[in-house]
Ligand binder design. Structure first.
Ligand SMILES: Nc1ncnc2c1ncn2[C@@H]1O[C@H](COP(=O)(O)OP(=O)(O)OP(=O)(O)O)[C@@H](O)[C@H]1O
Ligand SMILES: [Mg+2]
Length: 344
């Protein structure tokens, strides 16, 4: 993929699939008729009491579940409903963007979720690109294990799997007009992913392990609220344009949003500084913002303000939101898959 020419990526999308396997959601994009269709599930599960009665009920519903060593796990979107009912938290197969090292049930859960979201290949060996995070700048782990395990699951399902960096996928999804030159950012749950691309070729890509979950935890610690309540308020009513009359949670959320945005910009500056040969780019760079954490009202404006203050060593033109911020990585992965399928 990294060698594809920009022109190949601009062709009409036909075959192939794009998967985004994130800390919070598992998503798939594919073409159906003349539309791109997205399927999505929460990347979560919840253990409930295992008995025949419950299993019978679940069998007659659309609830995904798995029985493992006499334990019954509800998997995906419905896990959240069960957890809410019992006033508990869901368990999550991924943490900080990769398969969670401390969750021993992670693998079968994520395998089931991938299978239920992607379905069967439309032909033997259909190409699927799946998103993987960049190497984290601020953590010890690498992404090799994560990437290889997911590749194995997709191959078992009959696909030809190929990985694509999540922020590179954002570039392919959103920056066609700019000949795939610019910076793609995905502000997710476990990570922020960044890719600086020139004519579709990544110049650098990286991740940081502060993102939406980190904001929830920090705010929760700062003001002694549960992380799930903080998250619920963040997702439903946070307005980053509001400057006065903020309550305690909004004030703390605003502070940590500022910190996160500055942290990401500082890391981009550092990576640009480390890049020995920056390409000769005629036009000012476009920056595109995506991911669940970029959704609050005023996020784009906040990002522009911080960028104006901190400044990159390259001229920046437009900063804009992705057209569908939660779907860009899956859509970009589909763009890559379709370009490969067209060459077969
Ligand atoms: N409307 C919203 N406002 C603010 N935050 C939101 C909103 N909707 C979702 N989020 C947050 O976005 C994050 C999830 O984003 P996203 O779906 O892009 O993550 P992901 O791709 O699953 O994770 P990652 O890429 O980090 O592995 C969570 O922290 C969630 O709380
Ligand atoms: Mg993501």
């Amino acid at each position: 993929m990294e060698k594809s020419k920009a022109a190949d990526l601009k062709g009409e999308i036909h075959n192939g699939k794009g998967m985004d396997i994130g800390t919070m959601f598992v998503k798939c994009a594919q073409k159906e008729g003349d539309k791109i269709v997205f399927r999505s599930q929460r990347n979560a599960f919840f253990e409930i009491e295992n008995n025949d009665f419950t299993k019978n009920i679940l069998d007659n519903s659309k609830v995904r579940y798995m029985v493992k060593e006499a334990k019954l796990f509800v998997v995906g979107d419905e896990a959240l409903q069960f957890a809410n009912m019992f006033n508990k938290e869901v368990r999550r197969p991924l943490a900080k963007g990769v398969i969670s090292p401390s969750e021993k049930e992670a693998l079968p859960m994520v395998e089931l979720l991938i299978k239920s979201v992607i379905g069967r290949p439309s032909h033997e060996g259909e190409i699927v690109y799946f998103s993987v995070p960049g190497e984290p700048l601020d953590a010890e782990f690498n992404i090799i294990y994560h990437s290889k395990v997911l590749e194995g699951f997709l191959r078992t399902l009959g696909y030809t799997p190929k990985s694509i960096n999540e922020a590179h996928a954002v570039v392919l999804s959103e920056l066609a007009e700019e000949d795939f030159t610019g910076i793609g950012l995905s502000f997710g749950g476990g990570m922020v992913n960044v890719c600086f691309s020139f004519m579709s070729v990544p110049i650098f890509k990286f991740s940081v392990t502060k993102a939406g979950d980190w904001i929830d935890q920090q705010v929760s610690m700062a003001i002694d609220e549960t992380a799930s309540r903080v998250s619920a308020i963040k997702e439903s009513s946070l307005d980053l344009t509001k400057k006065d009359g903020l309550n305690k949670i909004e004030t703390a959320l605003s502070i940590y949003y500022n910190h996160l945005i500055e942290y990401v910009i500082e890391n981009i500056k550092q990576e640009l500084g480390r890049t020995k040969k920056l390409p000769q780019i005629d036009n000012p760079l476009t920056i595109v913002l995506s991911g669940g954490t970029s959704l609050p009202k005023g996020f784009e404006q906040r990002f522009k303000e911080r960028l104006d203050q901190l400044k990159l060593p390259l001229p920046v033109g437009k900063v804009r939101m992705a057209s569908q911020p939660l779907r860009s990585p899956a859509k970009g992965a589909l763009v890559a898959a379709s370009a490969d399928e067209a060459k077969r």
